[in-house]
Design a protein around this ligand. Structure first.
Ligand SMILES: Cc1ncc(COP(=O)(O)O)c(C=O)c1O
Length: 395
């Protein structure tokens, strides 16, 4: 039986990162995988997380299963972090929340719930979107429509195109939005544009599904949530998949949450019960460690202050890297790279052809996706000159 299965190709991004690791060139630059890296090229553990871990290990009394909905401190803390301390939806108790194995697990829980609620739902995704959205959402049988989003020629959001396409989204459809720091393009909606999409959701009746994996890495924790919160204020039903992978550095611990903003408390409880059935069917119980750490950070004032300061510093460093890369690229090539500074979070397209991206890899050991999507956090003071010179050379 098993011998009939053939080998399938490895994940493209992970494959490129492995190729970079194996490359002997001492000047190599890895701009592939979406993890935050510091000046030394390490993906650091937050001090607050390390401290939470120290106390957790000292105090932990059991490894018995978690509650199926997850750790209460995590659920409460994440609800406030994502929706805001003053959230009316939280006060009205109409938000159902379920811990999930990472943001991916939360996306999958959301997709499963959509499938139960509206089996014929079409999910509208931006063009482009994070490639993993397709397997995560289509494996439950949902079908896709795409809406225009990124205008590659001038590195902006094609908002008129987006609005025109989403005019066809109706009741029972779901519109997947990137909460902030769009992956892969880094071009985000303005608050005013969020307002327009919220108005369309109100009038047309589609359900926003917000993928929120980068809160705190664009403009700051509260600023990055502004569009999402506006949507929740105006639209009665919103699904959110949030992740602590990037903003708490808990990647391997798989700490995520699905938030179902509903019309009332009864409905929110119904949604939690549905999500628990789904979770039970797929992975049974949520993983403990990462959510317990995040729960400890978010329920301790001192740890929250420390975590926020470290995340803010990370955010500012990314912005600084964007400015410095822009400057160096413009100096070396004479071109206009202002978009790098305008875009948010860890990703941008450099706007190179596939041939140019391949030449960067083979001739300069600069690894980026064929689409020329780069992880800005792979840039640092040591490699920025080399990188800019290499890009200028292939342009
Ligand atoms: C757009 C987007 N959504 C969701 C995720 C979920 O990440 P995780 O499952 O590691 O929390 C990622 C991670 O790279 C992402 O880029």
């Amino acid at each position: 039986m098993l011998d009939k299965l053939e080998r399938v190709p490895a994940d493209v991004i992970l494959g490129l990162a492995a190729a970079c690791r194996a490359d002997p060139n001492p000047d190599k630059v890895d701009l592939t995988v979406g993890i935050y890296m510091d000046e030394q090229g390490r993906c650091p553990v937050f001090d607050a997380v390390r401290e939470a871990q120290r106390t957790l290990v000292a105090e932990e009394l059991t490894k018995a299963y978690m509650s199926p909905a997850g750790d209460e401190a995590f659920l409460q803390g994440m609800g406030r972090l994502v929706l805001g301390e003053g959230s009316q939806a939280l006060r009205d108790r109409r938000v159902g929340s379920v811990q999930a194995p990472g943001g991916c697990g939360a996306l999958r829980l959301g997709a499963e719930i959509i499938r139960v609620a509206a089996p014929d739902a079409r999910v509208w995704v931006s063009n482009p979107t994070w490639p993993n959205h397709f397997p995560l959402l289509s494996s439950v049988g949902l079908v896709f429509e795409t809406y225009r989003y990124y205008e590659a020629s001038d590195h902006t959001v094609d908002f008129d195109g987006m609005v025109e396409d989403l005019r066809r989204a109706t009741v029972g459809d779901v519109v997947l939005l990137h909460g902030c720091c769009h992956n892969p393009c880094g071009a985000d909606l303005t608050l005013e544009q969020w307002g327009v999409i919220a108005g369309m959701a109100e009038r047309q009746g589609f359900t926003p599904f917000i993928d929120f994996a980068y809160q705190g890495l664009g403009d700051g924790i509260e600023q990055d949530a502004a569009g999402l919160r506006l949507m929740v204020e105006r639209v009665p039903e919103v699904i959110i998949a949030a992740s602590c992978s990037k903003n708490m550095g808990l990647y391997r611990e798989r700490a995520g949450i699905a938030l179902f903003v509903c019309r009332d408390e009864v409905n929110a409880q119904a949604l939690v019960s549905q999500a628990l059935v789904v979770g039970r069917r797929i992975y049974s119980m949520p993983p403990a460690h990462g959510a317990l750490l995040a729960g400890r950070v978010l329920s301790s004032e001192a740890l929250t202050v420390s975590w926020r300061a470290e995340l803010d510093a990370m955010c500012q460093r990314i912005q600084g890297l964007r400015s410095s890369l822009r400057r160096k690229l413009e100096d070396k090539s004479g071109g206009d790279f202002g978009f790098i500074e305008r875009e948010k979070g860890m990703f941008s397209f450099l706007g190179l052809s596939v041939e140019q991206a391949l030449r960067l890899r083979s001739e300069y050991s600069v690894y980026m996706l064929d689409s020329s999507r780069i992880n800005i956090a792979g840039v640092n003071d040591h490699n920025v000159d080399y990188l800019a010179a290499a890009v200028a050379a292939v342009l």
